[in-house]
Design a protein around this ligand. Structure first.
Ligand code: HT7
Ligand code: ZN
Length: 890
């Protein structure tokens, strides 16, 4: 396989204006008649038409109704004798494909006896021969024909213009999409489905039909998705003035899906995980994920669909921007400043535990990559989450209103076009000509071109005599593959100063004539800069990077006293939480890098424990925030702070910290449990879900403490709670408390849970995942995982199920996966190879579990390299897996 380079982009040699597709749907042999109207692109030198196709049987090619000569060049159909000149001509292609055999879940496939499509990024070529690239936008008319009893519902993009009966029990439906679109946004669905429907009227007075399609029996789990969709429509109109541009907007759920969801124009296709929820089967986290994924896909209707990407290197143009929009949507819906901060902390946690490692590993790439072998490997946390941070920094630099103006200009300029990240940044800057963004745009765009996480080193100096405070800021960024040297980034630094008692200090730079209160944004552009504040009455505690104003690692040698002040008093909730994490991190790192005996030398000291007691007991703090502060940094996050990683030591230290926190704060945990155990009638709002989260953590900690002391009361209470719980969040939290604390009641609770929910696939995924992700006691998890794979409910072909067992173990359970006997890595290699033959996209994601192998201590490092090399030695690997393992070994 060869790499594709961004610099090689050329415009298409032909345009496709209209596409008429007729599908005769049959699982084993679907016939596809594709009639296109094309014309040459006059801006490009005359050349042959090369159409992409994959796993298709070609039966007929006609040009203007006549047979024509053609040749195959690899997967491309090449037509050389096309009409000359610039007149449009008709091209008709007839192919067949086999959806029932399509285990890759790209193109047209069968799931639970229904037909679905997935065309992004390059799936349309598995349906028909086409110019499968995002800058070719066409008008689509689609006719679906199928057996009426088996496939009563026939859906495609746009408006239903005709339907009726055919011979032999078949029927048809004809759909016309009023909007031009790239083929990656094409979709069809056919099957036995039922819909929740809602009619809405927009602010502009237009009527729309919203529909959520699911399998019969699941309708009672669609209310939250529908509410989320209605909220999304209202939010995009209110915040950005972007209305729904379709008469009908449909969401369809399928249980076989490679990712979370897909924004096909007017016909979003979703993984069931991000649609189906009721209080008995879904947790608060599920409810919240559904809200953001429904929002995300809906927001693509403008950012991605109305304005799309020129080429796949621009993927973050739509994904980073749309993640930013869904994050803002969830924050706006959350309401209170504290609930907004909780959402921000959760988003930053994802960035730091998944994206920072990616940026430091073999797959590091800029937000706008320069090359790829397999585009499916670039649907990454860098494109999505770091891309969203880049958009967020733009908003910080131009202000919220300025950003809305920028969005308006972006759509005025580019509606209906396929554009680049430069076009987006230019529009935001041009709408704000006086802003720092406009002034610094070329330098700011280094965030798009340079990979790696910058480090921001800060140090402060207080001069009591001069009443001045100097803050020195220095930035650096380590080399990443193919980029040895980095130029300085534009880093917006949100800053506040506190006095030793935690009171906010006014900010006044030497050249300002008056002081400012609160948070100020300072824009760092040089490798090193100094800020000198005057009229500072006492030595300040700096609160740097408030609200995480840039995706960087902040390096400041905080003392414990400073951190305790920030934790107790900072009025930026993000930095309050951050101070607690830094306190825990310092203790964890000290214990990990020492060879102390954890049984005899406690990791946590009284100062830390007391600070946590105060947080737990503070009536002014929301439960959700307390839960975040009391949750220790993850093992993955701890590993990222170290040059050499011993996963077993990290696991042991974190478990010791958890145990100590459990025992030392028992009274406060009990109080937290009593105060929050009953949240009344179930509502998935931020306040009550925060209370359930804290009650859940308290119960786990009480069971952990009980395990240490031999007490049986709390495990008994957890078991009772597990049986009596009125919603899945409480039930699952109680079950997790038993599993995490390793209590013997976990086993009967797990079998009861399975029996109760055996017909609920998404709940059974949780059951698998909890066991595969459980803390390892004496190496028991890997054998348990092997047993789970033999369970009758396990199915490697179903991505959700594969993820619930294999990924939960290999990617989310480092303490169990990294075994000194290498058995975890052997298991990983076997599964990557096995999955690759079924679904390369899913296999390639699993292959990334060992991205950071070079940091591992021996014997892990050598064993991991051997496992990766074994995968790489396999001759017939997919491009997807080949690219990941080759980069890992480089
Ligand atoms: N834009 C969607 C991407 C996606 C996808 C990509 C590759 C293979 C399967 C896929 N399913 C969905 C998802 C999104 O970001 O909204
Ligand atoms: Zn997206």
């Amino acid at each position: 396989a060869t790499a594709i380079h961004r610099a090689d982009y050329t415009a298409p040699a032909y345009w496709i204006d209209t596409v008429e597709l007729v599908f005769d749907l049959d699982p084993a042999k679907t016939r596809v008649l594709n009639k296109m109207r094309l014309r040459r692109n006059g801006d490009v030198a005359p050349q042959a038409l090369r159409l992409d196709g994959e796993e298709l049987n070609l039966a007929r090619v006609l040009v203007n109704g006549q047979g024509t000569s053609f040749k195959m060049d690899g997967n491309q159909l090449v037509l050389e004798n096309l009409p000359e000149g610039h007149d449009a001509f008709d091209l008709e292609i007839f192919t067949t494909c086999n959806p029932a055999k399509n285990t890759k879940l790209m193109g047209l496939y069968v799931s639970n006896d229904s037909f679905f499509t997935q065309c992004e990024a390059e799936g349309f070529r598995r349906i028909t021969y086409f110019l499968d690239r995002p800058d070719v936008m066409a008008s689509y008319t689609v006719t679906l024909r199928a057996d009426k009893a088996k496939y009563p519902v026939l859906l495609s993009n746009g408006n239903l213009v005709e339907e009726g009966a055919l011979d032999d029990g078949r029927h048809f439906a004809k759909w016309v999409d009023p909007h031009k679109k790239p083929c990656y946004l094409f979709a069809l669905v056919a099957g036995q489905l039922v819909a929740r429907e809602q009619r809405i009227r927009s602010r502009a007075g237009k009527d729309h039909l919203l529909q959520v399609f699911v399998r019969p029996g699941d309708l009672d789990k669609t209310e939250h998705a529908m509410n989320s969709l209605m909220a999304s429509v209202a939010w995009d109109e209110a915040r950005f003035g972007l209305p729904l541009d379709l008469e009908r907007f449909m969401i369809v759920a399928t249980s076989d899906f490679n990712m979370g969801a897909m924004e096909n124009k007017g016909l979003n296709i979703f993984n069931t995980k991000y649609v189906l929820a009721n209080q008995a089967t879904a947790t608060d986290a599920d409810f919240s994920n559904i809200e953001s994924v429904v929002g995300h896909e809906y927001f693509h209707n403008w950012t991605g669909n109305r304005v799309t990407c020129q080429d796949w290197f621009q993927l973050s143009l739509k994904e980073g921007l749309t993640v930013f929009r869904d994050q803002e949507f969830s924050q706006d819906l959350a309401g209170s400043p504290s609930a907004r901060a909780v959402k921000r902390i959760e988003d930053v946690r994802v960035l730091r535990t998944a994206q920072f490692p990616e940026d430091a590993g073999p797959m590091a790439h800029p937000v706008r990559p320069d090359s790829y072998i397999e585009i499916n490997n670039f649907y990454t946390v860098t494109i999505y989450e770091k891309g969203a941070e880049v958009v967020r920094m733009m908003q910080t630099l131009v202000g919220r209103d300025g950003f809305a103006q920028g969005m308006k200009l972006y759509f005025e300029r580019h509606d209906g076009q396929a554009v680049t990240c430069d076009d987006f940044a230019q529009a935001i800057a041009d709408a704000n000509p006086q802003s720092d963004l406009a002034r610094l745009l070329p330098q700011f765009k280094r965030w798009y071109s340079q990979a790696g996480t910058p480090r921001l080193h800060a140090s402060g100096q207080y001069d009591a005599a001069a009443r001045s405070y100097t803050l020195s800021l220095t930035q650096s960024c380590a080399p990443t593959p193919g980029q040895a040297i980095k130029d300085p980034f534009v880093i917006p630094v949100n800053l506040g100063l506190l006095d030793a008692q935690g009171q906010a200090l006014p900010l006044q730079l030497a050249h300002w004539n008056q002081a400012e209160s609160g948070t100020r944004t300072f824009v760092l552009t040089e490798a090193s800069e100094t800020l000198t504040f005057v009229n500072v009455d006492s030595a300040p505690v700096p609160s740097i990077l408030r609200d995480f104003s840039a995706p960087v690692v902040l390096d400041y040698a905080y003392t414990d006293t400073e951190l305790l002040t920030l934790l107790a008093h900072d009025n930026d909730p993000f930095n309050r939480w951050e101070a607690g994490q830094r306190l825990a991190l310092a203790r964890a790192l000290k214990a990990i890098t020492s060879d102390s005996d954890l049984a005899n030398s406690p990791v946590l000291d009284e100062a830390y424990l007391d600070a946590m007691r105060q947080v737990l007991a503070d009536p002014a703090l929301d439960a959700a925030f307390k839960e975040l502060v009391l949750t220790l940094p993850s093992e993955t996050y701890l590993a990222e702070q170290l040059d050499v990683v011993d996963p077993q030591r990290i696991h042991a230290v974190r478990e010791a910290m958890r145990g100590q926190l459990a025992t030392a704060l028992q009274t406060q945990w009990q109080q937290a449990w009593e105060d929050n155990r009953d949240t009344g009638g179930y509502q998935p709002d931020p306040v009550s879900s925060g209370r359930r989260a804290l009650a859940g953590l308290a119960l786990t900690q009480l069971c952990v403490a009980a395990r240490r002391s031999g007490d049986t009361v709390w495990p008994g209470k957890a078991f009772q709670r597990f049986k009596d719980a009125a919603n899945m969040t409480d039930r699952f939290n109680a079950l997790s408390a038993l599993v995490i604390s390793g209590h013997e009641l976990a086993a009967p609770a797990l079998s009861r849970f399975h029996a109760l929910f055996k017909n609920e696939a998404l709940v059974i995924d949780k059951w698998f995942s909890l066991q595969a992700g459980a803390p390892d006691h004496g190496g028991h998890v890997l054998p348990a995982v092997r047993q789970l794979m033999n369970h009758p409910d396990f199915n490697l072909r179903n991505p959700n199920r594969a993820r619930s067992v294999i990924f939960s173990f290999c990617s989310a359970n480092p303490g169990a996966f990294h075994r000194s006997d290498a058995a975890g890595y052997v298991f990983w290699a076997d599964r990557v190879i096995e999955l690759d033959a079924i679904n390369p996209q899913v296999a390639a994601r699993l292959a990334r579990a060992l991205d950071r192998w070079k940091k591992l201590a021996e014997p892990y490092r050598s064993a991991a390299r051997e496992a990766i090399a074994r995968v790489a030695a396999k001759a017939d690997l997919s491009n997807d897996v080949r690219e990941v393992v080759t980069r890992a070994l480089a």
